[in-house]
Write a protein that binds this ligand. Structure first.
Ligand code: CA
Length: 381
């Protein structure tokens, strides 16, 4: 089996039928996803997804220009060697961010292809599923910009619709500012606690919005309110500050969605973070997330992947999570997930709060080809 073609394209989610759109602040562009499709000489294909930051365009350009030529003619079953070679070839383009997102997309596409070639779902190739169904948590963004009443209205709507096992309220504030409204933030957190009751599992995602002092103050309030985890309280690049906050507070502090290497993950754990959140579309794909799982397991640290894409990244994430012996938190279900229904015959939606990992070979995605075609924006160099 030889690779004959590597295609890169965005999927444009704007236009009609975009139920996630109503959660976006006015003026912000509609989201795009970044996909790669790898074809072989026996007519099979595998699909993968890169992190969609800025539409994932930079990752797709790196694939098209710097990676695809080296893959043509290669055996896709050599994929770990191919990707490690490409990472070291392209290391000065990163290694963090766009370049690791490119590798993540290729890795997932090659696992999809491998599963199809062997007639097995990916979770089987990883060692088998401990569970085929996993509860979701509602990850609700944009709360820095809402009033208390608006926060409560969105939370109520999502809980009723999705029946999640937990809720995480995300701030998504202005990244150039710190400690903007600590009193108001605590007020919103308290209102959500009151709305959902004492037993509901809650997370609070600061999206890097606080100083160490601000984070400590908010974290103490979250402890009093019975929140379960406090996500990215300070800037992700201040690893020692993240660790300091984690060690000062009793609430579990989580981080790692902006970690792009195994070495970065190790540094976060060494600093004191005890719940890590690598994203399968940002670092290493399926292979990378399995490696992160091994590191977390070896340290006794919770692995709770960040995953905000409702399509291929989500499916890849489900396959990995199904195989892990310990799954301490539900699976992230972010804003606007309904849009994936447009391109799949079998969209992975929560049913009664549960996701089910597909049994079909590879990722198990079945596309509505005409809709996928209609929304595709080719990226070629
Ligand atoms: Ca987050």
């Amino acid at each position: 089996m030889k690779i004959t073609k590597v295609e890169t394209f965005q999927v444009d989610w704007s236009g009609e039928g975009l139920p996630g759109g109503q959660d976006r602040p006015a003026g912000r562009k509609g989201p795009r996803s970044a996909f790669v499709r790898i074809e072989t000489d026996d007519g099979m294909f595998g699909m993968g997804e890169a992190s969609p930051m800025q539409g994932g365009l930079a990752s797709l350009v790196i694939i098209a220009q710097d990676m695809a030529p080296a893959l043509i003619g290669a055996d896709p079953l050599d994929h770990a060697i191919l990707l490690d070679t490409l990472m070291h070839k392209c290391i000065k383009l990163g290694p963090e961010g766009a370049m690791t997102g490119a590798l993540a997309a290729l890795d997932t596409a090659l696992w999809d292809l491998k599963g199809k070639a062997l007639g097995q779902p990916i979770y089987k190739l990883l060692g088998g599923a401990w569970r085929k169904q996993m509860p979701c948590y509602a990850s609700i963004g944009g709360n820095a910009w809402r009033t208390v009443d608006e926060v409560l209205a969105v939370v109520e709507r999502r809980v009723e619709k999705e029946k999640p096992a937990a809720v995480k309220i995300r701030w998504d504030g202005d990244r150039t500012k710190q400690d903007v409204d600590i009193v108001g933030d605590i007020r919103k957190a308290a209102a959500v606690r009151k709305l959902l009751g004492d037993d509901f599992v809650l997370g609070f995602d600061a999206n890097n919005g606080y100083s160490i002092g601000g984070a400590t103050r908010v974290g103490r309030a979250l402890e009093d309110l019975g929140y379960t985890w406090f996500e990215e309280p300070v800037q992700h690049y201040h690893i020692s500050a993240m660790g300091e906050v984690a060690q000062r507070l009793d609430i579990t502090v989580s981080a790692g969605e902006q970690t792009y290497t195994l070495q970065g993950l190790k540094d976060l754990i060494n600093a004191g973070v005890r719940m890590v959140q690598p994203d399968i579309t940002k670092m290493g794909g399926i292979t990378g997330l399995m490696q992160c799982a091994a590191i977390a397991h070896a340290h006794g640290v919770e692995l709770v992947p960040h995953q905000t894409q409702p399509s291929l990244g989500h499916l890849a994430n489900l396959h990995v999570l199904s195989t892990l012996i310990h799954l301490s938190k539900p699976v992230e279900l972010a804003d606007g997930w309904e849009r994936a229904g447009a391109i799949f015959e079998n969209p992975s939606e929560p049913k009664n709060g549960l996701f089910t990992v597909p049994d079909a070979p590879g990722l198990g995605a079945v596309f509505d080809q005409s809709e996928l075609q209609r929304r595709s924006v080719p990226i070629s160099i």
